[in-house]
Design a protein. Sequence first.
Length: 297
Amino acid sequence: MSVDELFEMQESCVIFIAIADLKVRQKVINILREHGYNLSLVFDMYSFIITNREREYYSYTGSRECILCGNRVEKFRAAGESNPIFAEKKIIGGGYRENAVCPCCGSLDRTRWVYWVLKNYTKILEKECTAIHFAPEKQIQIKLEDSDNCDYYAGDVVRTSNLHKIDVTNIPYADKIADYIIINHVMEHVTDEKRAINELKRILKDDGKIIMSFPISMKQKTFEDSSIISDEDRVRYYGQKDHVRLYGTDYKERFEQYGLDIKVFSPKDFLTNEDIEKYGLIREDILLVCSKLKRDL
Ligand SMILES: [Zn+2]
């Protein structure tokens, strides 16, 4: 049935959407919304479907637990590219790994770590606050949009039906409006890093926090070369064709140079190996929680 046919039947037709892939499901809902379909007649039946493909993952007594959707599962799904550069350069937050994707909500291991830190080490879900989220992870976006306390704005370089268009090097917001800025796996795409960080600091309140992560090689210092522009070379040196650098072991000093105070959050420093396994996290994962230095206020 086409979208047009659906519209003709609008008042007599209730739509049940049962699609396992979160992105595809959201896309279908967005198409209906964009066409002005009465969304009160659309029901998301995802939680009722368990496909044969996924049945093996589900279990009320599963030993793994997703902290984003709360479901217990037998195991998380594998994910990530198998490009050998990820192993060669020991890149954290990229490359193929087991136990990465929650079969229920689609959250990634690194997204669950971001949420763990937000929940346990910030007040984002408890206090009245304004949060700006770049290239949002869908599952965290849903949590923050649902929060009564959080005034939430999500954006990306490309405008979509539910995202504002926000260029991180030229942010269309006033100074000092954000209590929290969440920006994961974005900086490795941004050519003018200094300008982006200055913009983030400009819109951040004096006591605000920037929650940031990116792929990091634990085998070398940050590497970038503006003459590397072909897709093949970028994949070869940075791991992905749209990356402009590969961060390395000097990541903390690099961002401290821009006048940020940085705390590093890694699962291995906060959780037991059993809990890291249970929640499907990357043991060595790195998340930065950045504040402005007092001297800059
Ligand atoms: Zn989940």
